[in-house]
Design a protein around this ligand. Structure first.
Ligand code: MN
Length: 283
């Protein structure tokens, strides 16, 4: 299933099921919001599928605004240096341990919303990433149990401000500017994705393909990541995990190419769809 959070005109946030890739079926009062839907999925899945199948009140996607599927997740975690070609292009050594940082909740924005070039920024960059959405609350989740802890997957851009990222050892500020965590366009449930480690992933700037890889090249795969994180923290329904970016970021180009106002960044992942954001100066 493909589950989205959307608005029509100035209306409230609504939950919907995307069908045929081009229409959205409102799910009404099925759940309060996406986190509630995920948390109670075992009780609500049947009704969600019935509503999607009946397609009552279906709207063309072109008539709604898709928001981030989870507009206010409990947390957004992201792993760095997790594709060999990206590690090579940064000149870093292959990490012995998973390198984790968080993106702050205010960074979350919609799959087609504008992304800010902050007033304080010097070098804004894109990172095409597979995003995993946590389904089940869990601590000490073993690798073998990790697949059952994932609700579904999205397309994400781990937008990064390289000057702020690299001027201190800690990356959090450079990764956490407002609007710098777009993801979506909807959550494709794990059953529909199957193996998440065989998906083509592309980052495209103004029509030019800059990143073109496959999730099979993840150094630490999604299961490794969940096992590592849950040694530290409880993962909760609707938590968001950015799983790393392949080579081809702007900072590694020769010469380096920061994003400019007006640039359009499209991220595509097989089976999951695409997001596309225009970069605009911070108001
Ligand atoms: Mn990243």
């Amino acid at each position: 299933m493909k589950l989205a959070t959307f608005r029509r005109n100035a209306g409230p946030d609504e939950l919907g099921a995307v069908i045929e890739g081009e229409r959205i079926v409102p799910l009404g009062a099925l759940a309060r919001d996406m986190i509630d839907l995920i948390a109670r999925w075992s009780d609500l899945e049947g009704e969600a599928r019935r509503l999607a199948g009946a397609a009552a009140g279906a709207l063309p996607l072109s008539e709604v605004r898709l928001l981030a599927p989870i507009p206010r997740p409990g947390k957004v975690m992201a792993i760095g240096l997790n594709y060999a070609d990206h590690i090579a292009e940064t000149g870093a050594a292959t990490p012995a341990h998973q390198i984790w940082f968080s993106k702050q909740i205010n960074a979350v924005t919609g799959p087609f919303d504008p992304v800010e070039i902050p007033r304080a920024s010097r070098f804004v960059d894109y990172e095409a990433e597979l995003v995993a959405i946590v389904g089940a609350r869990g601590r000490q989740v073993a690798r073998e149990a990790a697949p059952a802890a994932v609700f579904g997957y999205c397309v994400g851009d781990d937008v990064s401000e390289r000057y702020w990222q690299n001027r201190t050892p800690q990356w959090v500020l450079g990764k956490s500017f407002d609007t710098h965590a777009p993801f979506g366009p909807w959550i494709t449930t794990a059953d529909e994705v199957g193996d998440p480690h065989v998906l083509g992933i592309r980052g495209i700037v103004n029509g030019e393909t800059r990143q073109d890889s496959n999730t099979r090249h993840l150094v630490f795969n999604v299961w490794d990541q969940i096992a590592e994180l849950t040694q530290v923290m409880t993962l909760e329904p609707g938590d968001v995990i950015y799983t790393g970016t392949p080579g081809g970021v702007g900072a590694a180009m020769k010469p380096p190419r920061p994003l400019q106002a007006g640039d359009r960044v499209r991220i595509e992942i097989d089976k999951l769809g695409a997001i596309e954001n225009t970069f605009e100066p911070q108001p």
